[in-house]
Write a protein that binds this ligand. Sequence first.
Ligand SMILES: [Mn+2]
Length: 357
Amino acid sequence: MQDFDKHKANFFSFLDSIKDEKNIGIISHANCIDGVASVVFLTEILNKKYSPVKTHISFLAYGFGALSGLESVFYNEGIKKVFILDLNADIDMFDEFEDLKLKFDVCFIDHHLTNPKLKIDNKVIKTSSENCTALVIYKFGEGIIDYEKWSWLACVSAIAEFSYKNVDNLKFIQAHYPDFSPNDPEKSSIFKTVNKLGSLVIYYSKDSLKVYEAVINEDFGRIDQIHEEVSSEMERCLRDFEENAEKHFDGGLYFYFFKSKFYLGSKMSTILSVRHRGSTIVAFSEISKTNMLKMSARNNADKLPYFMSEMFQYAVNGIDGAMGAGHPNAAGGSFLAKDLDKIKERIKEFVEGKLHQ
Ligand SMILES: [Mn+2]
């Protein structure tokens, strides 16, 4: 990894700076295997280095006020040092993020696209998109983290985040799971575990702390049970997609609106982008008890025709209460339900523009 040694040195100098703290804030990406695994690895490093260390863990989804809402919690708990992990805080929550950095000492570790306005200093560890945050922290923890116990989780995160597109990360995965192939990830033995954790994240979509607890306690019996329930609902929606999705540009773009008791959009769009390789899949779903919709986009083409993150940024631009961000081949967002048609038009406009370039 480019800059790995520099990043590692910065990470440990921040870690040294927290040795007298009584309580550490950890903020990570909600509803995300990488976000959960990042916290597992970070807390293990903290516990081995400063046992016992108290932490306040929050999993955040993108949304206005998510970061600033934590300020009073941190003040009340006497927290001065904060880690922000795997969260595109510099793009989606830039002002709140900058504000938080003025009030607390923040170490930021992330692999999403970088906001050009972000000031890079030694507390900002930005890696390329294909070096997922959990894997980066796992590697920082060499000699500290119990590698025998946790290599499976590092591999699961790397697979869930497509980090195997990087050749070193692919070698890392294959060293543990020789049957893993980037051309057919689903055939490998470890993929079952990727699926199970995916189900767990979906099942506890409102409370990623429960995912963290199940993983850290290695509660595989419960995880299996949850996986069964979530996968049968997923199968129902996947069948429904084939019958009811809206197809545009000869199958270059699919819109799919669905209702489910679980938030399946992100995982479902990933599965569909593999089944319909080369197509852009956009899944829309309700957010319970709100007037908002979520959207997830994926495209798994070998050569991406355009970035999903740019497509969503174009789609939400200037629309009140709408946001969208992510990676080149995977992005997410939310907007007011009344704007669904407007958002779809914008996406079509964006895709059409790219087709004629
Ligand atoms: Mn990630």
